[in-house]
Design a protein around this ligand. Structure first.
Ligand code: PLP
Length: 403
């Protein structure tokens, strides 16, 4: 008998399943809107010019292949938190932000959850928005947290359920609960709080002593501006919250497979920061010893060169703009050209790579079978999968599915 004969087969990953079905489809009109990676106007993966130039500089400097320290490339980490918190952030200037390089955003979340599971001095209960990025649930659960939900999305309006959110955080979540917040471009809904609503959420966290744990996987990618997308993070910090923050350079630098990210915690002062840093090392060392160097060198080359930084900002803005253009175009074709029944304003008001279309599960199945259009069963589409070659075909397919 094999040692593993009793291992049960796990369910397939719902998003990767969409890609497999897409690959198996032989129709030339097929469209994959399941993937969470940017595509250019020709539907191709996109390597930023600033990244190509930075990589050439890194290669040209012929770096050795020695290990990085446990918490990674120190200059990269310093520049990454400056990008997130802003150069004039008080805790940044005071030297009281503990930070480490991470294996992209996922690794940052895992380090953060593990750190809180070990050192957060209150109950290990985390509130996640309903819905949230699917991986948040096992990341926190596998780190020893009890996972609960707070109201976020209202299917009736295809928008934010702000009253439900406030009620959950004000009355249902016990004091000192950890609250996970998507800093911008909420995945999967594309629905973000307004700046005024963020201020209220900050006040509620203060009043209820909730711990704000930010996941910022899309800085710059949502609005096209890295500072506008950091509004929530910077507001909370300016209000005195000791936040946790996860950063990813997968989307905004297109460094997906290089796995470049950072995890940071605001502490009281440099002495406390040093203690927290020492414990971050103790968490990371038995996980993977130290992070990969190449991607962090590329990101740091961009963040530390004024010319490459400016070029990168223009390219991030270009990616965000292309997505916003696709939203406009899709809205116009659905409503003006095709007179599709229903209200489609959410396509334009949502932000970031993803849009919750409001399509029902049966409609997504019909779209795959009849029109060769693939998306997740919750009706989420990646706007980045649309371009001028396929958007009319897609709109006609959606229009047909709801008529
Ligand atoms: N958090 C959210 C909300 C995401 O959407 C993603 C990626 O899709 C991530 C974190 C982490 O991605 P990565 O580990 O590739 O940086």
């Amino acid at each position: 008998l094999s040692t593993w004969s009793t291992v049960p087969a796990g369910p397939p990953d719902p998003i990767l399943g969409v890609t497999e079905a897409f690959k198996a489809d032989k129709d030339p009109r097929k469209i994959n809107l399941g993937v969470g990676a940017y595509r250019d106007g020709q539907g191709k993966p996109y390597v930023l010019t600033s990244v190509q130039k930075a990589e050439a500089l890194v290669d040209g400097s012929k770096p050795d292949k020695e290990y990085l320290p446990i918490t990674g490339h120190a200059e990269f980490t310093k520049n990454a938190i400056k990008l997130a918190y802003g150069a004039d952030s008080a805790p940044l200037k005071a030297g009281s932000i503990a930070a480490t390089q991470s294996i992209s955003g996922t690794g940052a979340l895992r380090i953060g959850a593990a750190f809180l599971a070990r050192h957060y001095p209150h109950a290990k209960v985390v509130y996640l928005p309903d819905p949230t990025w699917g991986n948040h649930i096992p990341i926190f659960r596998d780190s020893g947290f009890e996972v609960r939900k707070y109201a976020y999305y209202n299917p009736a309006t295809i928008g934010l359920n702000f009253e439900g959110l406030k009620a959950d955080l004000l009355t249902n979540a016990p004091e000192h609960s950890v609250v996970l917040l998507h800093a911008c471009a909420h995945n999967p809904t594309g629905v973000d709080p307004t700046p005024e609503q963020w201020k209220e959420i900050s006040d509620i966290c203060k009043q209820r002593k909730l711990f704000p744990f930010f996941d910022m996987a899309y800085q710059g990618f949502a609005s096209g501006s890295t500072s506008r997308d950091a509004f929530a993070v910077r507001h909370f910090v300016s209000e005195g919250h000791q936040i946790a923050l996860c950063q990813s350079f997968a989307k905004n630098m297109g460094l997906y497979g290089e796995r470049v990210g950072a995890f940071s915690l605001v502490t009281a002062d440099p002495e406390e920061k040093a203690r927290v840093d020492s414990q971050l090392k103790i968490i990371i060392r038995p996980m993977y010893s130290n992070p990969p160097a190449h991607g962090a060198r590329i990101a740091n080359t961009i963040l530390s060169s004024p010319e490459l930084y400016a070029e990168w900002e223009t390219e991030v803005e270009g990616m965000a703009k292309r997505i916003i253009d696709m939203r406009e175009k899709l809205y116009n074709v659905l409503t003006n050209d095709l007179k599709t029944p229903g209200e489609w304003g959410h396509i334009k008001s949502q932000i970031g790579m993803f849009s919750f279309t409001g399509l029902k599960k049966e409609q997504t199945v019909a779209l795959a079978q009849k029109a060769h259009v693939y998306m997740t069963a919750d009706g989420r589409i990646s706007m980045a999968g649309l371009n001028s070659n396929n958007i009319n075909y897609f709109a006609e397919a959606v229009s047909g599915a709801v008529k």
